[in-house]
Design a protein around this ligand. Structure first.
Ligand SMILES: NC(=O)c1ccc[n+]([C@@H]2O[C@H](COP(=O)([O-])OP(=O)(O)OC[C@H]3O[C@@H](n4cnc5c(N)ncnc54)[C@H](OP(=O)(O)O)[C@@H]3O)[C@@H](O)[C@H]2O)c1
Length: 307
């Protein structure tokens, strides 16, 4: 499992500073490390650098041994020249207080033609020892094939592809991307495993997701349509003490071969979510969840970047 840190420092979408803050995200860090979850995902754009800064602060304070595995991303939407990723990486490493990013990812796909340019820039950073492994994000099969090919020319391999993936967004099971990742030994990192909280079972038709951006991604129609799926998730979770709906969401993604990236804000959420590591779904539960997810309808969850 990976801890997603978009929430850390991000005010616009997540409301950082209102009902949670630095103390909470540091507690999440501590809970993660104590639970054996030592993989963190951030990006230069999360909170315009605040997420990297907060994560770096936790790493410096806790001095965890061995140190956590840190993944960050550069945003091609903000940078046009091949030289820019080097500048972006220097900024990210300074905010994180690290000499090297364990995993450096291209955050979005900005056209097939640009991919060799970005992969060359990533390979340059790797050759300088600033990057451990190279990843991409939001790369569909055709784009991932170009990335794999470009890195091969530099004697390197693509380590990861980070994509939207949950019981409410299963496109990559169907378009062959998950299979392609398996066949090419590329780890598939699944983001938004809770569909922004809907699959944590906390919303209802009368208590839908709120917030200017949030309610557009996960609105009350979706919560209503997902009702039977959410009921099944609760039935599975509540079969045993200490299991939660959010754990069902994470274990479903893991059973499909993804490494779920859980967006976690508070100690309470951390304790619940990291508890997913203690159990797994049976084949019959998995089949029931697949069927209930199918009955919600095709591609019900849309985001501005993966619709
Ligand atoms: N590469 C990309 O383009 C991309 C895009 C999106 C995300 N990501 C990465 O993936 C990570 C995860 O995705 P995400 O954060 O967007 O969405 P997510 O993980 O589906 O949802 C996160 C939200 O779920 C809720 N939650 C988590 N655990 C809970 C629990 N135990 N009980 C109740 N609610 C719980 C929290 O909602 P509240 O806010 O209501 O507390 C939290 O803010 C991000 O942090 C980021 O690292 C990458």
């Amino acid at each position: 499992m990976c801890v997603g840190t978009w929430q850390w420092g991000s005010k616009l979408v997540w409301g950082y500073g209102k009902d949670y803050g630095e103390k909470d995200v540091c507690e999440v860090f501590g809970e993660a490390v104590a639970s054996g979850v030592n993989f963190f995902d951030t990006a230069e754009v999360y909170g315009w650098g605040a997420s990297e800064r907060l994560l770096g602060g936790c790493i410096a304070r806790e001095k965890t041994a061995p140190p956590p595995v840190v993944a960050t991303k550069f945003s091609p939407m903000m940078r046009w020249s091949r030289k820019r990723p080097a500048k972006a990486l220097a900024g990210s490493l300074a905010r994180l207080g690290l000499e090297k990013a364990d995993l450096y990812q291209v955050h979005q796909m900005d056209g097939l033609k640009s991919i060799p340019k970005w992969m060359d820039a990533m390979a340059d950073a790797h050759d300088k020892g600033l990057v451990g492994a190279i990843g991409v994000s939001n790369y569909y099969p055709d784009a991932m094939a170009v990335a794999i090919d470009s890195l091969k020319k530099r004697g390197l391999k693509l380590a990861t592809n980070q994509m939207h993936f949950s019981l409410l967004f299963r496109r990559h099971e169907r378009n062959g991307l998950l299979k392609m990742c398996r066949e090419n030994n590329v780890s598939f990192l699944g983001y938004m495993p809770f569909a922004w909280g809907v699959l944590a079972g906390k919303f209802s038709k009368d208590n839908p997701p709120k917030g200017f951006i949030r309610h557009r991604v996960a609105n009350k129609n979706l919560v209503e349509r997902a009702g039977p799926l959410l009921k099944l998730m609760k039935d599975i979770a509540w079969k045993e003490k200490d299991r939660t709906v959010s754990q069902v969401a994470l274990n479903w993604a893991a059973a499909k071969g993804a490494i779920p990236i859980a967006g976690v804000k508070t100690r309470k959420q951390a304790r619940e979510d990291f508890g997913a590591l203690k159990w797994s779904l049976s084949q019959s539960e998995l089949a029931e969840l697949d069927a209930a997810s199918d009955s919600v309808g095709p591609q019900p969850l849309k985001t501005i970047w993966t619709s």
